[in-house]
Design a protein around this ligand. Structure first.
Ligand SMILES: NC(=O)c1ccc[n+]([C@@H]2O[C@H](COP(=O)([O-])OP(=O)(O)OC[C@H]3O[C@@H](n4cnc5c(N)ncnc54)[C@H](OP(=O)(O)O)[C@@H]3O)[C@@H](O)[C@H]2O)c1
Length: 251
């Protein structure tokens, strides 16, 4: 049990990578606040199977309604966790959106929506988490960035810029919060088999798969495994790092 009784918050946990992280954390004994936009999932149903606590483990999954772009709701979520658990050990900023637009067709709405979800909400959550974690002089913050944020990609200027901002924020926060015993890292997944990828042009997916050294798309559980490591004491001397989970993709 790598995360025995650790109190964790995972955003966007109703499906995809977030659901896999919530499940893996619970398997490792964590008390997981699995946040989703609505109790039944806003744009997709809650992945009930993924969010079932495996029998024989001491972990727990507690559903939490949270639109990460709603600053008041975000504050309420942290207040609730403090009230119920008295602490927060791990924050995973996973909720994110990816919408393509070629240069010249980028709307103000796309910019605002993408940055509100992928950047401003992440910074807001890091601030709220830091307040709780500073009191206990420990904590691990994990931001889900992207390979597109480190390498860029055509048609994805806005998404790439948002994930690049997450990477810069991760490195800055790691330097500032280290003195409080708080570690801040990011995962930069490549292509992972979720709804986000299902909504991408499949000819593009097939073409990009050829550039992955391991020769296949990744699984949400493989991102979750890396997340367990960053959340646990096994990574106690690791902070300010951007860790690729991409099968050695060349982009
Ligand atoms: N899949 C990939 O290939 C890949 C690669 C690199 C990075 N990533 C990153 O990994 C993270 C998870 O992606 P995924 O592949 O699991 O995508 P996904 O299947 O599309 O899931 C996205 C999750 O984010 C949630 N979300 C979006 N906007 C939200 C908001 N305003 N408030 C609360 N939740 C919100 C969604 O909730 P709803 O169900 O309510 O929409 C959903 O739970 C994202 O940050 C993404 O950028 C994914």
């Amino acid at each position: 049990m790598l995360l025995e009784q650790k109190v964790c918050l995972v955003t966007g946990a109703n499906r995809g990578i977030g659901a896999a992280i919530a499940k893996r954390f619970a398997e490792e004994g964590a008390i997981v606040y699995a946040a989703s936009r609505s109790a039944v999932g806003a744009t997709a149903p809650v992945d009930a199977a993924a969010l079932t606590v495996p029998p024989g483990t001491s972990g727990a999954i507690i559903s939490l309604q949270l639109d990460v772009t709603d600053a008041a709701a975000m504050k309420d979520a942290f207040v609730r966790i403090k009230k119920e658990q008295g602490r927060l050990d791990v924050l995973v900023n996973n909720a994110g959106i990816m919408k393509d637009a070629i240069i010249g067709m980028i709307s103000e709405q796309l910019l605002n929506e993408t940055f509100a979800t992928n950047v401003f909400a992440v910074i807001n959550a890091m601030q709220l988490a830091a307040k709780l974690m500073q009191r206990q002089s420990s904590g691990s913050i994990i931001n889900i960035a992207s390979l597109v944020g480190t390498n860029g990609n055509k048609n994805q200027l806005v998404y790439a810029a948002s994930k690049g901002a997450v990477i810069a924020a991760t490195k800055a926060a790691a330097k500032e919060l280290a003195a409080s015993g708080i570690r801040v890292n990011a995962l930069a997944p490549g292509m992972i088999d979720t709804d986000l990828l299902a909504n991408t042009d499949q000819t593009v997916v097939t073409e990009l798969t050829k550039s992955i050294a391991l020769g296949r798309i990744g699984k949400p559980s493989e991102v979750a495994d890396a997340c367990v490591w960053l959340a646990s004491g096994l990574s106690s001397y690791v902070t300010g790092q951007i860790i690729g989970v991409d099968g050695a993709a060349v982009m």
